[in-house]
Ligand binder design. Structure first.
Ligand SMILES: Cc1cc2nc3c(=O)[nH]c(=O)nc-3n(C[C@H](O)[C@H](O)[C@H](O)COP(=O)(O)OP(=O)(O)OC[C@H]3O[C@@H](n4cnc5c(N)ncnc54)[C@H](O)[C@@H]3O)c2cc1C
Ligand code: FES
Ligand code: FES
Length: 480
């Protein structure tokens, strides 16, 4: 059993105990390591000023292993176990700036400079991806997409986009070649063979190698919180709404990293990130991949898990309506053994899910839609990128045949209209019996009564829902 978290920081091996492990990475870098290049602005994953690069060799779902940007303000040092981290402080080589930094200077991409290290690291993440793919240029859209998780309040984005497309990739040295080695990989793999237990007066952290050990720990310590990537938990912790004091991490259980396709069934393990899931879905159900393009930011998707999004049970979470429309199943292991919960029975009340004490979600699974099905996922938010949904809407229609004149089955789900993500069963039943959109719209309005809040009024949410339903049939063809 290890009693240390092990990771590499700018190429140097670190072994840390409970004091450092309980800190947020941004604070550890600045206040423990004196690496003040990384900035803290919002402390809730929104602005990207704290971005650092992380390579995590244990991920299975992407086609290359790379340094990816993450937000260090909401990442506990404990979560770095087995990772290799690079910060802005290490970018300069032999006293020469990295090409990203040179381009930012040349294009006047910085004024007060507070956001600049974050942009530099995010853009350098894109440069790493390009180098790995042996691509030689960055286009404007790629530049814009990569920085959706970074905010600048004074320079304006155009000079930063200009800097990004100007980077001469032929001159860039690879961060991976500089900071990651085979020796490091062997070491981190060895590190992963042992469970971790950290205990101090204020911080308890257990990362077992097996599910059995995890279940026993939950039984022995009922006040334990399961932590995945803390993109939700880290925010509530920083805002002092909850203390991350006793944690169970499943990051050493290798089965949970699996993304599988068995026949028609997709199964996503509990440690699979949104970035990996998107990558896996892009040729199997492109609609899901496109929907994830407007989910959070690259930094959040590179670490946040799909299962964390479901278990968090936010009424405006983006994946629950999609999984509801796909009739997904939640796979759970608990004190009584393994069981499966249809997602339609999973969200019980506001933030209350159908887990018993001691249960762990191991995966979510669903069948890919058939060729006679049409699936659409829509999201409305005040800003297109990195914003929480006012309303999200998912619909799957199984047509009798290609003519789309008859509906065999329909599933409609939405978020932001009730205390839980909701299936709209009355509208579904109506549509199965009547080919009448006007009637379906009336039925739809009758089966939810949303709140007005800062994101949208109740009336606006009604309009959005109606428009999503109409849009679906306009886009999908079929009944008019
Ligand atoms: C800036 C920002 C933007 C965001 N944008 C979006 C967005 O656009 N759309 C959206 O839907 N969400 C968004 N989120 C929310 C968040 O990123 C997702 O909900 C994410 O998927 C949570 O996963 P995680 O691994 O970080 O979970 P964590 O924060 O670690 O955990 C979340 C919850 O899940 C529980 N949990 C995790 N794993 C398990 C398990 N195996 N078994 C049982 N319980 C478990 C935890 O105990 C906790 O209650 C955003 C968050 C931030 C900070
Ligand atoms: S400080 Fe704003 S995202 Fe981390
Ligand atoms: S340069 Fe000042 S916030 Fe971006």
């Amino acid at each position: 059993m290890r009693n240390k978290i092990v990771f590499y920081l700018n190429g140097n091996r670190k072994e840390v105990g409970p004091r450092e492990a309980s800190m947020m990475l941004a604070e550890y870098l600045r206040y423990d390591q004196g690496l003040t290049g990384t900035k803290i602005v919002c402390a809730e994953g929104d602005c990207g000023a704290c971005s650092v690069l992380r390579l995590f060799p244990h991920l299975q779902g992407t086609d290359n292993q790379n340094y990816l940007p993450i937000n260090s303000c909401i990442t506990l040092v404990a979560q770095l176990d087995g990772s290799s981290i690079v910060t802005v402080d290490a970018l300069k080589k032999d006293n020469e700036l990295h090409e990203t930094q040179k381009a930012m200077v040349a294009c006047h991409g910085s004024q007060c400079g507070f956001c600049t290290p974050g942009f530099v690291m995010t853009i350098t993440g894109l440069v790493e991806e390009k180098l790995a793919k042996k691509e030689t240029s960055i286009d404007v859209q790629e530049a814009k997409n990569c920085m959706t998780g970074n905010l600048c309040r004074c320079t304006g984005y155009q000079p930063i986009v200009n800097a990004t497309i100007r980077i001469d990739l032929n001159k860039c040295h690879s961060i991976k070649e500089r900071f990651y080695s085979e020796k490091q990989e062997v070491d981190l793999t060895k590190v992963y063979s042992e469970s971790v237990l950290l205990e101090s007066d204020e911080f308890f952290y257990f990362a077992p190698k097996t599910m059995k050990e995890a279940l026993n720990y939950l039984k022995d310590y009922p006040d334990t919180k399961i932590i995945a990537s803390a993109t939700d938990l880290g925010v509530v912790h920083n805002k002092r709404k909850t203390q991350l004091a006793r944690l169970l991490s499943l990051h050493l259980i290798s089965d949970l990293y699996k993304v599988q396709l068995n026949g028609n069934e997709v199964k996503i393990g509990a440690r699979v990130t949104h970035t990996e899931f998107r990558h896996f879905m892009k040729d199997k159900l492109p609609e899901f991949a496109n929907y994830l393009d407007i989910f959070a930011s690259p930094q959040i998707k590179n670490i946040g898990t799909v299962i964390g999004n479901i278990a968090n049970a936010s009424p405006i979470g983006d994946t629950p309506p999609a999984f509801l429309a796909l009739n997904a199943t939640i796979c759970v292991t608990g004190p009584q053994g393994e069981r499966e919960i249809p997602i339609t029975k999973f969200f019980l009340a506001y933030r209350k899910i159908a887990l018993e004490h001691g249960d762990i979600i191991t995966a979510v699974k669903f069948n890919l839609p058939s060729k006679n099905s049409t699936v659409r996922f829509y999201k409305n938010s005040n800003r297109k990128d990195l914003d929480i949904s006012a309303v999200n809407f998912a619909i799957k229609v199984d047509w009798k045949d290609e003519s789309k004149k008859e509906i065999l089955d329909v599933a409609i789900a939405a978020g932001g209209i009730a205390a839980t993500p909701l299936r709209l069963t009355k509208t579904e039943t109506f549509l199965k019996q009547n080919f009448d959109i006007e009637g379906a719209v009336k039925e739809l309005h009758s089966e939810f009564n949303p709140l007005s809040d800062v994101r949208a009024s109740s009336a606006y949410r009604h309009v959005l829902m109606e428009n999503f339903l109409r849009r679906f049939f306009a886009e999908a063809g079929g009944i008019q």
